[in-house]
Design a protein around this ligand. Structure first.
Ligand SMILES: [Zn+2]
Length: 295
């Protein structure tokens, strides 16, 4: 699903809310940003990716999801350069305070930036509950010393790590080549070296699905989120055999608001998959609630 050409929007109808029989639903992958950064994100996606359907500011997008019946939201952001993490973390902590018990915020840090340890300490003190890294947007080697410093802190503070470690969706417009920086083998080294670190890899590890499936079977410190992968949107992305996965390791995540289709497109695919109530409970909420310690 290399984004060689711009993809188009899908005008699929929006559901009014969650299907009524759905258990407690937590969205484990939601992006918030200060407004100026959102504007650059929209511009980038317009030029190289796909048109983002929900051009909402942060309060509006959080209210939107909660009004649809989402019970809890994991909010993510990433510093794309050194020097901006503190400001983004403050913005995240303030936002969480405005939605008590509804939003869990992840901290950001740029691997290799000065004071990475202090930045994270301050972020955790302000109430943030984990760290989000993005390998090819932040252009770092997952097995470098700079990255290990961050993993060490997360493990010793018992904070979960969300790391975009997959190669897709990729674009020639990225400054770094995801195919050089990202591989399931590199991630496996982190799983081995930091057995006490809880790791979530978004997008079911796209596009190394089989390798990531194996890793979840082999390691007890790896989880995967579903963001955008279950939606049949990307060209050449065949239906995902979620039934064959270790279902205590899968968390529903939407990638909202940076999506070109309706907010519930992925939820409708999960609904169609016909899981038992017990499995639905796990995928839609329980797994993530445990991973992010939201309860
Ligand atoms: Zn995302």
């Amino acid at each position: 699903m290399m984004l060689k050409n711009k993809l188009s929007a899908v005008n699929d109808p929006e559901g009014a809310g969650l299907p009524e029989y759905f258990p407690f639903t937590l969205d484990a992958h939601v992006h918030i940003f200060p407004e100026n950064i959102f504007r650059s994100v929209w511009k980038w996606f317009d030029k190289y990716g796909y048109p983002i359907r929900y051009r909402f500011d942060t309060p509006k997008l959080l209210h939107f999801l909660l009004s649809k019946g989402i019970g809890h939201i994991i909010a993510l952001q990433y510093a794309h350069k050194p020097g901006i993490s503190r400001g983004l973390n403050r913005f995240m902590a303030e936002t969480c305070k405005q939605f008590p018990h509804k939003i869990t915020g992840m901290a950001t840090v740029f691997p290799g930036e000065e004071d990475a340890a202090d930045i994270l300490k301050e972020a955790f003190d302000s109430g943030l509950k984990g760290v989000k890294l993005h390998t090819h947007v932040q252009c770092f080697d997952m097995n470098s010393k700079d990255a290990c410093i961050i993993f060490d802190i997360c493990a010793s503070e018992n904070m979960p790590l969300v790391i975009h470690a997959g190669r897709e969706p990729s674009s020639p417009a990225y400054l770094c080549n995801p195919y050089e920086l990202c591989s399931a083998d590199k991630l496996e080294r982190i799983l081995q070296n930091f057995p006490g670190l809880k790791i979530c890899v978004p997008h079911l590890g796209a596009n190394e699905y089989i390798s990531y499936k194996r890793l979840t079977e082999k390691y007890d410190n790896l989880w995967l989120d579903t963001a955008m992968v279950l939606t049949d949107y990307f060209p050449g992305n065949s239906p995902f055999p979620l039934h064959e996965m270790r279902t205590d390791r899968i968390m529903y995540g939407s990638d909202f608001p940076n999506i070109p289709f309706s907010w519930d497109r992925e939820l409708r695919q999960i609904e169609k998959a016909g899981f038992s109530h017990d499995t639905l409970q796990k995928i839609l909420g329980k797994n993530a609630a445990g991973f992010f310690s939201t309860v």
